[in-house]
Design a binder for this molecule. Structure first.
Ligand code: SF4
Length: 237
């Protein structure tokens, strides 16, 4: 998979203000704190920083060791979840279900208390998002998904032990397919489906959002079954 070249860039926001970009020391695996590449999301970030200066309000880095065999890919940070706390899926409903499920299947240890300093650690597992910045109304634009995909590519590229990817929702699934160089026609999204890409398996799940669980599109049991399958497959080696 291609690596992302380190570079320093700047751009104008929708209101015309220039965003200065710092050189991104970890740009291979993740964007800079002030990544300027998506003007609409930069504008929203600056607005959130002004209204909530105590929040994280920046591209949310991946959580977990790069040597993990499992990578979970979500859509984007929630405004009062990861965007507030700075750790993926931390602080909103989706995190309650995700971390409980990871603890259940031995992919995490400790206690999840909806805070980055709760001491919870991931085991053989890493969590990232297809889009690193919070989008308005939780809806990234296609161009933002395409722009941020370089960082997911870099994340996969540095995970040399990667064997399993859980895609949370159709957009995450489609993004992962593009990173893996797979056509959607040969690997359509379907909850519970498993697609092979070389020595990596892609597991599909509906997103663990409050909306999906409230409407019973996704039950706790359905979500647990996806990770039980991942656990079983990884344990077989
Ligand atoms: S979504 Fe990704 S590419 Fe766009 S500004 Fe945020 S970190 Fe940069």
């Amino acid at each position: 998979m291609p690596r992302v070249a380190t570079k320093t860039t700047s751009s104008k926001t929708a209101s015309g203000g220039r965003i200065s970009a710092r050189p991104a020391a970890d740009v291979v695996a993740g964007p800079s704190h002030d990544c300027p590449l998506c003007p609409r999301l930069v504008e929203y970030r600056l607005d959130n920083r002004a209204r909530h200066p105590d929040w994280f309000n920046a591209p949310v880095p991946s959580f977990g060791e790069r040597g993990a065999r499992l990578l979970i890919v979500g859509l984007a940070p929630g405004v009062q979840g990861a965007n507030r706390t700075g750790r993926p899926f931390t602080g909103d409903y989706a995190g309650d279900l995700l971390y409980a499920t990871l603890l259940e299947h031995g992919f995490a240890k400790g206690a999840y208390r909806a805070s980055p300093d709760d001491g919870l650690t991931l085991i053989d597992c890493r969590i990232s998002n297809g889009v690193r910045c919070v989008p308005p109304q939780n809806k990234p634009l296609p161009i933002e998904i395409n722009t941020c995909r370089q960082f997911l590519t870099a994340t996969l590229d540095e995970m040399k032990q990667l064997r399993a990817i859980v895609a949370l929702g159709r957009i995450a699934h489609d993004t992962v397919l593009k990173v893996l160089g797979m056509r959607a026609s040969v690997a359509p999204f379907s909850h519970g489906a498993v697609h092979r890409a070389g020595n990596v398996s892609l597991y599909d799940s509906y997103h663990c959002s409050r909306y999906n669980t409230n409407t019973r599109v996704l039950t706790t049991e359905m979500f647990s079954a996806v990770f039980a399958r991942v656990r079983s497959d990884l344990d077989k080696g």
